[in-house]
Design a protein around this ligand. Structure first.
Ligand code: CP
Length: 317
C-alpha cells in the first residue's frame, strides 16, 4: 500500500479485519518494521483520538514520531499557486511539503474541509498535494471528505460485537450547534457499502450526502422507522452537502437526538459514535452511558486501525 486515503486502498476488508485482530493480539510483534523509521504527523486541525492513537500505533511498530501542529508554531502556509505572498502567510505549501518529506519516512495528514467551497473540498487539494510533492507514503488522519482510519476502526468494532452474520447498521444524523464536515459520514457509508451489512442512512430532508458515498445504502427520512430492528446505531452530525446550502446547519432539531426511547425501537442495538460527542444534542447521557454503548472500545480500536495502516505502509517502503 503506497498511500491510504479511502476504503479501496486497504484491499479486501475481510483480510484487513483479520490482520487487525492479529495486530490487536500482538501489538509489539512488528517492531522490526519501524526501527530507524520516522513518522511525521501533520495537523491542520485539532485532535484527541487521532493524535494519540496514531502516535501509539507508530510507537508499537518501533517508529520515531514527530508531530507538527501547523497552526501552532509553524509558519502560516499559503496553499494557492499564483498568490502574491504579501500577507501573513510566510511559506508556501509547495516548499513546505517536500521539506517535511525530507525529514521522515511516512506522513500522516489531518486537514478538514473548509465548508465554503464544495469543489475545493471535494478535490482534496491538501492531502493530494502531500501525495504529489512529499515523495513519501501519505495516509489520511481525516481529510476534507473522508476519515478512513475512523471507518476502519468502526468496522473492526462492528465485527467484534456483531452477533448476526449480516447485522443491520443504521447511521443517523443528529443535531449539533456548529457546521461539521461530511468526512465521517461519507467515509462510514463508503466502508459500510463495501460490506454486505444491511446499511441504512437516516437524516432530515436537506442533509443528503453525495451520491457516490450514499451508494447502495437505503435512505429513510423517518428516523424511527429506520431504527426499527437495528443492531448498531451510528450517530453523527454533518452539515448540508447539497447546493445552495453546502456547509450550512439547516436545523438543530433535538427530535433527532438519540435517546432511550429511540434505542428501544432497535434490536437491543449497540450505540456508536466516533467522538468527540455533544451530549444531549447527539445522544442523551442515558444512552451513551448504557451498557450498549461501545464508544470507548470503538475509540480504542483507532490504535489498531492506525497500526494496520502504518504497518502496511512500512512493509511497502
Ligand atoms: N474521532 C476522531 O477522529 O477524534 P479526534 O478528532 O479527537 O481525533
Amino acid at each position: 500500500m503506497r498511500n491510504f486515503t479511502n476504503v479501496t486502498d486497504i484491499g479486501p476488508l475481510d483480510i484487513a479485519v483479520k490482520e487487525a485482530l492479529e495486530v490487536k493480539n500482538n501489538r509489539f510483534g512488528y517492531t522490526h518494521l519501524g526501527k530507524n523509521k520516522t513518522l511525521l504527523m501533520i495537523f491542520f486541525n485539532s485532535s484527541l483520538r487521532t493524535r494519540l492513537s496514531t502516535q501509539k500505533a507508530a510507537m508499537n511498530l518501533g517508529m520515531n514520531v514527530m508531530v507538527l501542529d501547523v497552526n501552532q508554531g509553524a509558519w502560516k502556509l499559503e496553499t494557492e499557486r499564483g498568490v502574491v505572498m504579501d500577507g501573513d502567510k510566510a511559506e508556501h505549501l509547495l516548499e513546505a511539503i517536500p521539506v517535511m518529506g525530507s525529514y521522515c519516512d511516512i506522513i500522516g495528514v489531518r486537514s478538514f474541509a473548509g465548508l465554503k467551497d464544495k469543489a475545493e473540498d471535494y478535490e482534496e487539494r491538501v492531502i493530494n498535494q502531500f501525495i504529489k510533492y512529499s515523495g513519501r507514503p501519505v495516509f489520511s488522519m481525516e481529510a476534507a471528505t473522508r476519515h478512513p482510519l475512523q471507518s476502519f476502526a468502526d468496522l473492526i468494532t462492528i465485527e467484534e460485537f456483531k452477533t448476526k452474520e449480516r447485522p443491520k447498521v443504521v447511521m443517523t444524523w443528529a443535531p449539533h450547534p456548529k457546521a461539521l464536515p461530511q468526512a465521517v459520514p461519507n467515509s462510514f457509508a463508503e466502508w459500510m457499502n463495501a460490506t454486505d451489512y444491511d446499511f441504512v442512512i437516516t437524516h432530515p430532508e436537506g442533509y443528503e450526502l453525495a451520491p457516490e458515498f450514499v451508494g447502495k445504502a437505503r435512505v429513510e427520512y423517518d428516523q424511527r422507522k429506520a431504527l426499527e430492528g437495528a443492531d448498531f446505531v451510528y450517530a453523527k452530525n454533518w452539515s448540508a452537502f447539497a447546493d445552495p446550502n453546502y456547509g450550512k446547519v439547516l436545523n438543530t432539531d433535538r427530535a433527532w437526538t438519540v435517546d432511550t426511547e429511540k434505542m428501544a425501537l432497535t434490536d437491543n442495538a449497540f450505540f456508536m459514535h466516533c467522538l468527540p460527542v455533544r451530549r444531549n444534542m447527539i445522544v442523551t447521557d442515558d444512552v451513551i452511558e448504557s451498557d450498549r454503548s461501545i464508544v470507548i472500545p470503538e475509540a480504542a480500536n483507532r490504535e489498531i486501525s492506525a497500526q494496520v495502516v502504518i504497518k502496511r505502509l512500512l512493509e511497502s517502503l
